[in-house]
Design a binder for this molecule. Structure first.
Ligand code: NDP
Length: 281
């Protein structure tokens, strides 16, 4: 596809973010992640989503440098892990992530999980605000935050998060949270958009895919993009990396969108943000 054609959305600070990127969860550091990121950048991806806890920031950074693509054309996201929450720990975690990535700045830094409504959360956010004010993260945001977590954060801090990255796919559509985020100017970004490949087992998506000469994965990605949701499908297969990007040459009709909207059943495939904890010490 024409690499200039991947559309972008404008975040609440005026920064632009590609609407589709590559997620690299469960890719091993070293050749595995480097190869996948390399294929993606070559295909036209400009957004890469990693996290400290994925243990592959070094390989992601190496692949970005090896691509020869100017740094300012790439949108790199990483995240502060739960055990690193708190003002000082977040500063140190951010520095360590930059060091592993071999980058001076990241484009988006996210709080990975909320860990309840807590003062720790707010301290972490103040630390993110200081990183942002120094220009070391061009945008800051959160992940897995419900409205209750966002409200508590926004009441006590200065900057409204630019992004909320949440589990979102045809079986978990997060309508209320999407509306809440829209009202506050927070861009929603979908993780697990392909339901780890299970979108291929949903009859409506396979029917639409056949009709439109697309794949169920492409239908699911197109559906969320038409709902103004940024999406980060993961693949370490070159063909599927290319397939997942090729969603900008067709459009779903209102009726097709409504049919997919009707698939929502609240099925969560990942942890529930209300109960998930992996060390919020
Ligand atoms: P996805 O929904 O992206 O599914 C990935 C799986 O689908 C892989 O097994 C992949 O296999 C397969 N797949 C990829 N493309 C296709 C295709 N076209 N057709 C059929 N199967 C396909 O799940 P993830 O959990 O990886 O979510 C995406 C990203 O979201 C993560 O990589 C990570 O960056 C982020 N994330 C964030 C979280 C958070 O808490 N903030 C939590 C979880 C994920 P193969 O590789 O063999 O192609």
């Amino acid at each position: 596809m024409d690499k200039a054609l991947v559309p972008k959305v404008k975040l609440n600070n005026g920064m632009e973010m590609p609407t589709l990127g590559l997620g690299v969860l469960r890719m091993e550091d070293g050749p595995e992640v480097e190869e996948a990121v390399g294929w993606a950048l070559e295909a036209g991806y400009r957004l890469i989503d990693t996290a400290r806890v994925y243990n592959n920031e070094k390989g992601v950074g190496r692949a970005i440098r090896a691509s020869g693509i100017p740094r300012e054309e790439i949108f790199l996201t990483t995240k502060v892990w739960n055990e690193d929450q708190g003002y000082e720990k977040t500063q140190a975690a951010f520095d360590a992530s930059c060091e592993r990535l071999g980058l001076d700045y990241v484009d988006l830094y996210l709080i990975h999980w909320p860990g309840g409504v807590s003062s720790l959360n707010r301290e972490t956010w103040r630390s993110m605000e200081s990183i942002y004010s120094k220009g070391r993260a061009k945008a800051i945001g959160v992940s897995n935050f419900h409205a209750v977590h966002l409200n508590a954060l926004m009441e006590a801090t200065e900057i409204v998060p630019m992004v909320n990255q949440i589990e979102l796919h045809p079986h978990l559509q997060q309508r209320e949270l999407r509306a809440f985020c829209k009202k506050h100017g927070i861009q929603v970004e979908a993780w697990r958009p392909l339901m780890k490949g299970k979108v291929g087992e949903i009859p409506l998506l396979t029917t639409l895919a056949a009709e439109l000469e697309k794949t169920p994965a492409q239908i699911a990605l197109r559906w969320m993009i038409q709902h103004d949701v940024v999406t980060i499908p993961k693949s370490q297969n070159k063909g599927r990396i290319i397939e997942n990007l090729n969603v900008f040459d067709f459009e779903l009709t209102d009726m097709q969108m409504a049919a997919i909207d009707a698939l929502d059943c609240g099925e969560r495939l990942g942890p529930d943000p209300d109960t998930f904890r992996m060390d919020f010490s």
